[in-house]
Every structure is written in C-alpha cells, then in structure tokens.
Design a protein around this ligand. Sequence first.
Ligand code: TNX
Length: 528
Amino acid sequence: MKNNLVIFTLVSTIISAMMACTSKSPTDLTKVSIIPKPVSVTADSGTFALTTRTDILVPEEPAEIAGTGQYLADMLNRSTGLGLDVVAGSKKPGKGDIQLVLSEDDAGLGDEGYEMIITGKLLKVTAYKPAGLFYGVQTIRQLLPARVEMDTLQEGPWEIATGTIRDYPDYSYRGAMRDVARHFFGVDDIKIFIDQMAAYKMNVLHMHLSDDQGWRIEIKSWPNLTIYGSKTEVGGGEGGFYTQEEYADIVQYAGERYITVIPEIDMPGHTNAALSSYHELNIGGKATEPYTGTNVGFSTLDTRSETTYRFVDDVIRELAGLTPGQYIHIGGDESHSTSLEDYIYFVNRVQDIVISHGKKVLGWDEIALATLKPGAIVQYWAKASNAISGVNQGAKVLMSPSRYAYIDMKYDSTSTYGYNWAGYIEVDHAYNWDPATLVPEIKKENIVGIEAPLWAETISDRQQAEYLLYPRLPGYAEVGWTPAANRDWDDYRIRLADHGARMKAMGISFYRSTRVDWDREKPGSEIE
Ligand code: TNX
C-alpha cells in the first residue's frame, strides 16, 4: 500500500514536471497575435498571472466602467473559474490585479484608444474615454490563451507577457451590416453577432430592416407592415420581425458593447414588403403580391403621393425614437423603377424628414444624385462617381466597395454560400485594400470608415452566416482600425491562423481558407 503511494506520488511529480516544461510562461508580448493589430507593442520579458486573488479595480464613476469590468469578469470567470470580483473605488492594487482607469491626461488616445501597462504585479489599462477601456478589455482577452474563450471550465495557468500596448483606431466607423430582410435572423443570433463584432473592436451595426422580401420592425402606426409584410422571406420561409421592445433590447445590448445600431429602411425601391401590405403606397393604388425571389429593382413607392410621405414620416419618427445613434439609413439603392426626377424629389424630401426627427442621413451611394443635406454620409458600394459627387457636396463617405467589402461574396468557385457578381473575395483579397487610396478622388479626410455588408439571399441561419463572415470579418475590423502603413498580409495571415483556435473556442463556424495555415504550431492552439 505504502509503496503504491510512493510510486503514485513519483509518477504525478514527473507528469507535472513534464507539463510545466511544455507550457512555458509567455514572456514576449510582441509575439502575441492581436487582431486588429495595435499601434504599438513593446515587451519587457516578464510574466503577469491571473490568480484567485485577482480583482478587477474600477473607478466609482462613471458607472459604465464597472459595467466593462463586470463584462470582463463574467467572460474570464466562465473559463478560468477564478471567481474574479469587480471592486469599485480607490482600493490600492494588489499583486495580480487588473485596473481600469480613466484619465484626462492622455487626450492623444482619443475617444476609443487605450494604453495598457503590464508588469509582473499589475495589468493597468488607461483610457481617455470609457470606450477605450472596453477595447483594452478586448485586447486582454486576446493576450490570454485561446481556451479563455470557452464557456466551460478550462485548465490554467492564465498568464500574460509583460510590456506596454498603446492603441487607437484609424477610422471612427468600423461596421458590419446584417440583412435580416431577405432571411430573418432573431434577437439571439444578432446578440451573438454583436458579441463577435465587439471582440474585434467593431463599433457600428447597420441593420437592413426592410426589403422586397420582408419588413422586420414593428411600426405601431402602420401595423400591416408586420401583420403581412413580415411573413415572407427568400425561398418562402416564415420570415419574422422584431417588436419595438426586441429592437430596443438589441440597441441596448449593442450600446453596452460600444456598438451603435444604425437602422435602415430601404426606399423608394426595395419596398415590395411595404407595397404588398398597404395598397395606398403604390402608384395606381393596388397592393402588390408578396415576393420571395431574389430579383432587385422592380419595386417603388409612389414618390408623388403625400400618403407616402406620411408613411415615411411615421416610420422614421418611430424608429428615431427607438434609436439613440445619430444616423438613420434611408437605403436609396437600385431604384430602377423610379424615374431619376422622382428619385431625386423623394430623396430630398426624405432627408428633411430624417432631419426633422433629429437624426442625420446615411444612404447608399445613389443618394448623392440628390442634393445632400449637411451631415449626410454616402455609403460607397457601386459607383465611385456617386461617392465623388457626395464628397463634392461636402458629405463624408463610408467605404463598402462591393469588390472588396461585400462579405456575401463567395470566397471562390467552390464556396457553399454567397454570390459572385462583385467577384470572388478570398480572405487575402478582403484584407488587401486601403480605403484611403482605392478611389483617388476620395481622400482619407473624406472617409468616416468602412463597413462590410452581409446580404442574406443565400444564407438563412447562424452557421451559414458565419461561413461568410469568418474569417473575413476580423480582416475588415483591422482595415478599419489599423493604419494601412502598419498592415501586411503576410504578417496578418499568421495572426489570423492563431485566431483559428480562438474563433473555434468562441463557437464560430468559420471557412477554413487554404490561404491561411490554420495548423501552424502555436501555444494556445491546443483547442482543435
Ligand atoms: C446589391 S448592395 C444590393 C442588395 C443585394 C446585394 C447582393 C446594395 C446597396 N444593393 O440589394 O442584396 O447586391 O449582393
């Protein structure tokens, strides 16, 4: 019996010694694969470790910092089981603590930047504004092993190399669009997506809430929009819509993650769902049939009827009341059934309606055919000449060039889902462009940022959406965050490979592009 115990102790000592050898503590902060790539990272060869004694220290005010602290604690506690607490106030940091600090001293960090100083004793994040602390927290996640992203208990140690990171974004608008009109995606799917966007420091979620195939937001003054207009989708599925409470819940969930929701009502084309719900919106006054195909350009509101403007006013008023963000997207694309004269008249009037409800206008690049109002943003997707006209009118441009940024395009001819009308977009192609030099007439100072639109004709559930979104989305996040001069595909593809394990741990079903060496040896890649 005693002999057995000795042998057991001996064997387990040998096993733990072997394990200690294989899992070497991280000491080089510059070797960590962070996406988007930070502005600067310097290493000083030590190690910081989270322990059961680690606290997350936050200031008493503003209260949202405690929210960010709790977000980090919840995230870490799920996989580490360390039971970290958030402590508000002025407690002196102890060994292994994480501290979130707001400081007026470093305005150079801007509204979204942070500085992180990691020593053997303390991990301290400083920001000028609360959003910066949230992004610092996203970086902390990526400094830990990939298994930290699991939602089940994992083995430690939970160590981070020491050093300093200074980081802020190149563009203030780093967005993605979800088309919930062609196929409906419920609140839970959208919340999961919001969490995934936050992980890559993206900050705008554009919701394409209406199109020919479906109307997805409850409008109390026009109830048929959801009674009839929400019941269809591409291919004849059951459709769906968000009640105003559900939409408000999405907006709040996004806001807690520093993501602004921009709702889109696409007009005057792409409106069959509305036209089939209310006969009086049609030229000729007869309601259309519901539509479940994938054609575009066949529908138009009656742009010369006051009923139409009463409708638009009601819709924008209700939506503006539910939307804290500054912008309402009025669509305006592919209105092939509206004459140019009528189109311009319509866009001019709708801009006034948006402004009358205290919001600013965002629209697809065609809206620059009209006279843009102050503060308007033109979303460049198809025609550079439209975007340039927007710039000449003093508008800013949001870059979503279809041949680079359309995340609904196939990767190559073998892709299961997606379109290819704008070309195939492999992971490197999606990454290798510079918003500031793509169209010579559109200069960096004219650009608010970038957005990757996910059109949903070919996808109807979360896994299918993720196949198109990943692994391209982190690349778009980096295009928006990291200055072009600091970006390089050969460097990025290694970091992206390391994020394979991370995406897997987050439960993301990504496309295993052959342009990325997913099996590259790397500490943390043990989740396979
Ligand atoms: C063009 S992009 C559209 C959408 C389609 C998309 C499919 C844009 C402003 N209009 O209506 O869903 O192509 O890729």
